[in-house]
Design a protein around this ligand. Structure first.
Ligand SMILES: [Zn+2]
Length: 448
């Protein structure tokens, strides 16, 4: 297939390049002017980006599929220009903490996803009752990294102590896989949660139970443990500007933020309520500008959605303390960053490509196949109409989670088509065009 008349976002370029693309057997064979061949897809001068990578989703299958499953989650992601997701190990049952559990999950998900997908493995305190080192070793070839928590809301996936964290960090580093950390200090959050629960049941109380300093202290602890050693550590969903600042210039250590920390704050939480409840909670307003700055400079490496929706009865339980913490986001990740980053804040195009695709693919070891529009790579692409608008409407989403804090917001730009390995999986007019099971499992480099 030839895609003609596209304005292509090539890696490292700060302007679009008007070229054609030839796709052969799912890969980009040529990028040049006036390519001949058939069939032809005329892009009509629209912008063509590498498919977005969402490297942090909770699609909850098997286990909590009343909240989300891989089919709905992957359709929602595709409708937002995402062509690859990496799913977390802790919100499927059993958790992906050993090879047997991974194989059981993979056997199921291979028939469920419409876009390409990868898994993270996990290490919880429970793993320390077994041979966790061997489990990590067996998982390493099949996972993009390992996830752990200092503070976890899940009984099935208890957090690590600092000592356990140190051991797991060294083991992950030796295996050449990043250890992903949910960084909130359990003592601080425990203390403030008890205090605020006694004081009331408002969103301000909830915010105060998990203040910025809980994240800052946890990041400091993690860095102290890392010391001067070369470690392979990644901090997920950074929401505090100061925490992002501490992470600056630490070799081997990377970090991501999420759209909700870039655009919402405590005032929005009080206005929107449960639809914006996440853990970690959104922060005070001044943090947002710092996070955008850090994203521009490269101190934050990329943006992930932390997609984790839930049905209305779980989101609106009657108390801020028991409402489900998590929001859908994979479908709005790229449209949000395109509108609010590339267009409104004039993020350089080359940087936009890094934070939406390139850096996650590099970090997790699949940049040899995905993450940029280059000859020989998978033809994972997203065609964007910059003149049209996208209005977020939860009930129209492909996700099972219809409650979104972005409800009613309008983004400049519209996803026209999403391609995975050369095939259109989503079309703005025709909808989802591929069957569940089209999406392929992705391993780190050397094992594909
Ligand atoms: Zn998460």
């Amino acid at each position: 297939m030839i895609i003609r008349h596209a304005e292509i976002a090539l890696p490292g370029c700060n302007g679009f390049t008007p070229l054609d693309i030839e796709i052969h057997q799912g890969k980009i064979r040529r990028i040049a002017k006036n390519l001949k061949g058939a069939p032809v897809l005329d892009a009509g001068g629209l912008q063509l980006f590498p498919g977005a990578i969402d490297p942090h989703v909770h699609f909850n299958e098997p286990g909590y599929t009343e909240r989300e499953d891989f089919y709905h989650g992957s359709c929602a992601a595709a409708s937002g220009g995402v062509s690859t997701v990496i799913d977390m190990p802790c919100t499927s049952v059993p958790p992906v903490t050993n090879k047997k559990n991974l194989e059981a999950k993979l056997a199921l998900i291979e028939k469920r996803s419409i876009i390409d997908f990868a898994f993270f493995g996990g290490v919880s305190a429970r793993c320390f009752f077994g041979n966790w080192q061997n489990d990590m070793k067996e998982l390493a070839p099949d996972v993009m990294g390992f996830k752990c928590y200092f503070l976890s809301g899940m009984d099935s996936f208890p957090p690590l102590s600092l000592l356990q964290f140190k051991q797991v960090l060294m083991a992950a580093t030796a295996l050449g896989r990043p250890l992903l950390l949910h960084a909130e200090d359990p003592q601080l959050v425990g203390k403030y949660t008890r205090r605020e629960q006694e004081r009331g049941d408002s969103w301000r109380h909830y915010y105060r139970s998990r203040p910025e300093k809980a994240e800052i202290r946890a990041v400091r602890d993690a860095l102290k443990i890392a010391g001067n050693k070369a470690v392979n550590l990644h901090i997920v969903h950074v929401g505090s500007g100061r925490a992002a600042g501490i992470l600056k210039n630490r070799p081997g250590i990377s970090a991501e933020t999420a759209p909700h920390y870039l655009t919402f704050d405590l005032r929005d939480l009080q206005r929107i309520g449960a639809a914006l409840k996440t853990n970690p909670v959104v922060k005070r307003p001044f943090n947002k500008k710092i996070l955008w700055d850090r994203l521009f400079t490269g101190d934050l490496d990329f943006v992930a959605s932390d997609h984790a929706p839930a049905p209305a009865e779980q989101k609106n339980s009657g108390s801020v303390w028991s409402d489900y913490a998590g929001i859908p986001g994979s479908g709005t990740l790229f449209p949000f960053l395109y509108s609010e980053g590339l267009l409104r804040r004039k993020m350089p195009l080359s940087r936009f490509l890094q934070i939406t695709a390139e850096n996650a693919a590099r970090r997790y070891g699949f940049f040899d196949r995905k993450g940029s529009i280059e000859k020989g790579k998978d033809a994972d692409l997203v065609l964007v109409d910059p003149q049209s608008m996208t209005q977020v409407c939860g009930v129209d989403s492909y996700s099972k989670g219809k409650i979104t804090p972005f409800e009613g917001q309008t983004f400049q730009g519209r996803i026209v088509k999403t391609f995975v390995r050369g095939e259109v999986v989503y079309d703005a007019d025709a909808g989802i065009l591929k069957e569940a099971g089209y999406g392929k499992f992705l391993r780190p480099a050397g094992r594909s």
